[in-house]
Design a protein around this ligand. Sequence first.
Ligand code: G1P
Length: 298
Amino acid sequence: MSGAVKKAVIPAAGFGTRMLPFTKAVPKELVPLVDKPVIQYVVEEAISSGIEEILIILSTGKEAIINHFNPAYELETRLNTSGKTELLLEITSIGRGAVISYIYQQQLNGLGDAVKLAETFAGNGPFAVLLGDTVLDSNSELPVTGQLIKEYSRCGHSVTAVEAVPEEKLSRYGVVGGKWELPGCMQVETMIEKPAPGTAPSCFAVASRYVFTPEIFPALRATPPGKNNEIQLTDAMKQLAASGRLNARVIDGKRYDLGSKAGFITANVEFALRRSELAGAIETELEKILQKRKSDRV
Ligand code: G1P
């Protein structure tokens, strides 16, 4: 199975319990990284990887995500009349470059169940999956989804992004095991979702991006509820791995999980320090805060 990867699915259902109480009324995919919601970074990564059609999977109460990608004519008129042309350009270009559609996951039965809803959208071709609460910052010109698409073109079957994770954190992730085909490219033989301490098959954890062939759909249909009594995407991928039809690509970049409190704060500090108009003020304040903590301790 081959063909260009032009479609992407962004699962954005789920309660966002790790970020409560903020996520009681606001989708976790809309937490800001400096001044842009995380899902906008995800959509931009997809578009700059060559994706032309995006399906966002929502759950009830997450309509603010639709509003974010819809035009806002009154706001645009206001920005126009007040001469804020740079901001106007930024606002009108949100999501431009891809056709975005939405579908609702009626019951929150897990990531595998959410991806299953994309079958009609995907049709007979390959498609990417990008989790809506995680930013992947590439070290090169090629975004991380683009890196997976490149690996898919080479190996011809499904590919998952992975990254090396310290032993004590492996039980938070899906973990792959297998043999290295090339530096950074593993043929996956086994997978475990959130392995108990000491049972992970390697130190390489699934990192929020995937490219699937339609083979994933029959595998998902054959997948019973697993961890947390949910349909786990990892369990369906395990079936592809068992027939030698799943590769893992070590990402050339850094993952920022905005769905956790510590991840949200540190990513914001790091990204804000990259902005020349903010860096000076933030650095000075941060130094003061850290200095005070130090002197309070002695
Ligand atoms: C999901 C996947 C897991 C993966 C993780 C990060 O878990 O089930 O395999 O490692 O995303 O990409 P979640 O963070 O939704 O619990």
